[in-house]
Design a protein around this ligand. Structure first.
Ligand code: RIB
Length: 307
């Protein structure tokens, strides 16, 4: 199973606080750490850890931060040969402000990420894999990745985040045409459809777009998946979260892994919920579990998964 993940790569700078400062005020952070981030890069690391061959395609600056990030991805076993180095542009940085409950607020400086052009998504990169995951809100990159993948008979998944969702169904219809699995969280599902109820929102997406499946993640409310032939909701595993950053990326990686293994919809949701549950108990966006850890958690809850 060979997977290419396309989109952002950032250095995440975390601070955990009891309360947010008001203007002209300073508050003390209770924790601080720095880790690799960026939705697409997080996905690549997560699916690699589950056992897939993973490549990442994105853009970095020619700076120390970029070098550290690429070294980190290589150390995690992710192929970085398709990454574009952008002279003069700083590598992307995201400040993640965590609450004591593990909730996150992010401030993103996109930097070199914005220099990734549609032509940088090369036919060779797409041809070298079985599946293409797009984790970017940039419509032109989504369009390029999806159309190349479709032309070459590769399957696709899409996690466009709020930037894509805010555009609405009409504006994204052409670019996402033929995507196999589309991921949304509750806020994105509402932004895309105007509907608050997740199943209704997913149904509206299925009616409005030509996508194979819509998966809506709902934090501690679990996740639901809707295909033409039906839908399924699976509740979340109860855990004490310390850092929810990257949980959606890890969820998507485990779901796609199950999808590529032809597991049934309920099993895919169980695996993805378990992977995300383990991730939120750990610091940083790259702290995703191995396949053994995911199966271990499922086993302790009475779910035996056969491949
Ligand atoms: O999805 C989580 C990621 O979003 C973080 O790692 C951060 O870099 C932002 O892009």
């Amino acid at each position: 199973m060979r997977v290419l993940s396309i989109g952002n790569l950032n250095m995440d700078i975390y601070v955990k606080v009891r309360e947010l400062p008001r203007p002209d005020e300073a508050v003390e952070a209770t924790e601080h750490y720095i880790d690799g981030g960026g939705s697409a890069a997080n996905f690549a690391v997560a699916i690699r850890r589950l056992g897939a061959e993973a490549s990442f395609l994105g853009a970095v600056g020619e700076d120390e931060v970029g070098e550290r990030l690429l070294a980190g991805l290589e150390e995690a076993g992710v192929h970085v040969g398709w990454v574009k180095a952008v002279p003069g542009a700083p590598t992307g940085v995201v400040v993640v402000v965590l609450g004591i409950d593990g909730s996150k607020r992010m401030i993103a400086y996109r930097g070199a990420n914005l220099d990734l052009a549609p032509d940088d998504v090369s036919p060779e990169a797409v041809e070298s894999v079985d599946h293409v995951h797009l984790a970017t809100g940039r419509l032109e990159i989504v369009e390029r990745g999806v159309s190349l993948a479709r032309a070459m008979g590769r399957s696709t998944s899409l996690d466009g985040g709020s930037a894509l969702a805010r555009r609405g169904l009409d504006e994204i219809r052409e670019a996402v045409d033929g995507v196999d699995v589309m991921f949304l969280n509750l806020v994105e599902a509402h932004a895309l459809t105007g509907l608050h109820e997740p199943l209704e929102a997913a149904r509206k997406v299925m009616r409005g777009l030509n996508v194979g499946e819509v998966v809506v993640t709902m934090g501690d409310g679990g996740a639901l998946a809707l295909e033409r032939r039906g839908h399924m909701h699976v509740p979340a595993f109860k855990v004490e979260p310390v850092d929810t950053t990257g949980a959606g990326d890890v969820f998507a990686a485990a779901y796609v892994y199950g999808w590529l293994k032809n597991l049934e919809q309920r099993t895919r949701l169980l695996m993805a919920n378990a992977a995300a549950a383990i991730k939120v108990t750990r610091r940083g966006a790259r702290s995703s579990p191995t396949l053994g850890e995911v199966l271990g958690l499922l086993g302790r809850h009475g779910h035996e998964i056969k491949f």
